[in-house]
Design a protein. Structure first.
Ligand code: ZN
Length: 145
């Protein structure tokens, strides 16, 4: 099995069995983000306490890339220190801006390295980033509170 095929399987698996999908009642901030070029939409609830990301939950509709990426993001960031979550977010954004030249740091990004290939397709980058941008927005709003 080649790497691209394995990555497609990982993405499809998250699409079919998304993590943290369904909005939790526990939230400090709620944001809604859309990706008009594809029609993807996500609502994200974030709760943070004592410098920890207590929970990222989300709901949405959209293509397999946007939904799988939101699933991985919520699974990766829930339970992390806010500072760690920021590092993971930055690493993912860097990967998406790499135009296929980076493979991604598996220690930080875990399954999300599966999106490395997506960075070669400008039209799909926004799909992969949708959930992460929603988290970034929510975390920024919480900091301001
Ligand atoms: Zn999409």
């Amino acid at each position: 099995m080649n790497l691209d095929h394995m990555y497609q399987e990982v993405i499809l698996d998250h699409y079919k069995h998304p993590e943290h999908k369904g909005l939790s009642a526990q939230k400090d901030v709620q944001v809604h983000h859309i990706n008009p070029s594809c029609g993807d939409e996500i609502t994200l609830n974030l709760s943070v306490s004592d410098g920890l990301v207590k929970e990222v939950s989300w709901d949405g509709i959209g293509c397999s890339i946007s939904m799988a990426s939101a699933s991985m993001m919520s699974g990766l960031l829930t339970g992390k220190k806010s500072s760690e979550a920021s590092l993971i977010l930055e690493a993912f954004m860097e990967l998406m801006q790499s135009k296929g030249t980076l493979q991604g740091d598996e220690n930080l990004l875990e399954d999300a390295v599966a999106f490395a290939g997506v960075s070669k397709f400008p039209a799909r980058i926004k799909c992969a980033l949708l959930g992460w941008m929603a988290y970034k927005d929510a975390a920024f709003q919480i900091q301001g509170k």
